[in-house]
Design a protein around this ligand. Structure first.
Ligand code: SF4
Ligand code: SF4
Length: 116
């Protein structure tokens, strides 16, 4: 999935409804919100926190609370930390990160989906 134009919303099951081939399982919103299709990976050298900018767009919009901002003793700045066990790979962080052209956080898909 490409998250430059949008992200996968936890309360949406549209792909499951419209897939004509049955390739996407029919799921309801509750099931959907617990399925992890990927996990976020940070790119610290791109992150505004490293420049002393008080950005928290990714952590503020993460629907599962998987992102925390933690102290980096070596720089005195905060850094983004992702809990892979609770990340569902929705891409909100990647889409809403203001850094362009390459966001400071992106989603790597899982070969096999998991549940959180
Ligand atoms: S992809 Fe980003 S916003 Fe979505 S659950 Fe994972 S860390 Fe949170
Ligand atoms: S939204 Fe992007 S720039 Fe802002 S803290 Fe998160 S990763 Fe860093």
């Amino acid at each position: 999935m490409a998250f430059d134009k949008g992200y996968c919303k936890t309360d949406c099951t549209r792909c499951s409804e419209v897939c004509p081939a049955g390739a996407i399982k029919k799921i309801d919103e509750i099931e959907k919100s617990a399925i992890s299709i990927g996990h976020a990976v940070t790119v610290p050298q791109n992150c505004l926190l490293g420049q002393g900018v008080a950005c928290n767009a990714c952590s503020r919009h993460c629907p599962t609370g998987a992102i925390t901002l933690v102290d980096d003793a070596s720089t005195g700045h905060k850094v983004v930390a992702v809990n892979e066990n609770t990340c569902i790979g929705c891409g909100a962080c990647e889409h809403l990160c203001p850094v362009r052209p390459f966001s400071a956080i992106y989603v790597e898909g899982r070969e096999v989906h998991t549940t959180v």
